[in-house]
Design a protein around this ligand. Sequence first.
Ligand SMILES: [Mn+2]
Length: 432
Amino acid sequence: MQIVTTHKNTDFDALASVIAATLAFPGTLAVLPRTLNANVKAFLSIHKDLFETLTAAEVPFEKVSRLIVVDANSWGRLERMEALKDRADLDLWVIDHHRDAGTIAARRRIVEAVGATTTLLVRELRAARKVLTPMQATLFLAGIYEDTGHLSFPSTRAEDAYAAAWLLERRADLDILNRFLRPAYGERHKAILFRMLEHARRTRVNGLRISIQRTPVEGQLDGLAVVMRMYMEILGVDAAFGIFHDPAAERAMVIGRSQSDGLDVGAVLRRLGGGGHPRAGSAHLRHLSPEEIERRILEIIRQGGRGAVPVADLMSYPVWTVSPATPMEEAAALLREKGITGIPVVDEGRIVGMISRRDFRKVRKPAQLRAPVRAFMANGIVTVPPEEDVQEAARLLVKHDIGRLPVVKDGRILGILTRSDVMRYFYDLLPD
Ligand SMILES: [Mn+2]
């Protein structure tokens, strides 16, 4: 007997992967945990008859010769599979897209950092030339869309999009999919969101704007991830963490959401025993006060935030400068010769302005080219210290609508951070 199972609090990627595995590897029985997330629960309440599934309690474990684990890689996330854990004769497979090593030592591993585990199973289905029903295609597409944020999360790979296209060709139904992917948001969620907004606080860590919220929630409540996402967007922070604690039960659920490449919330929450992806993650914690959880989250971000790239690592140098008395035509020649778009104007070692190609548009008559740059330069120059991080520098460029930031230490210009320096960083075009 061979079975396939997945993680507790099963989401669409997990459910889709389980069902796809039963098709890709005929003779495999689907075993689902009893805890399903709210969307999947709603979906199965209507579609249950289409999919044959068992619970762990119904499995005669002594007859199981092969266990396929999908969308998970650690024993702790599975439900009631302890009976199989130490069986030497068990043929164990893991099919997963999580980046951490996990605790399951599988004989066969299909583990790749694609956006959704379902994508890896679609690959198997295509190779086996399986015919799908529109309903199966819809479920599998829901799995891919959920984990890739409709193909928009940075974790999305080209193969996720190819798999999605293949499923649309097999008549995946976007109406049905949107109905079930639309998460439950009710009165309780609204009340929690209002409370969180009332108590909203922002902090800066490694140049990132972060908000951490401690919110008491009694009993079980699904769908808090949606609340977190709205909270993050309304506050306009780079990342937000919600610590939803049940005072009576001494347990807390932490949900993290990020909208910046500068912080991988999945990595942060893995350090707390949870998991997730760069933009979304969660962790369940027991016997830790909300204050202590907040302290640990901040500590982890401080230690490892990728947002801590200082502008000194990215800036261009050496820097050419002109004095306020330099004629415009000389400045123009320098811009042309050096192939740059702006030059700081320096007076007695102090930066007093910036003359850029844009300023030459103000020149109307040829005679003005003999005028000093002082007459045309931009004043009130925004500068950054060398240890400022690139996220903050990028914000300054946008906020002041400028193309470059002089990097200044003790009044001396060390370099210039241009818009293209920042772009090279964000598009990962930096030389290694
Ligand atoms: Mn997944």
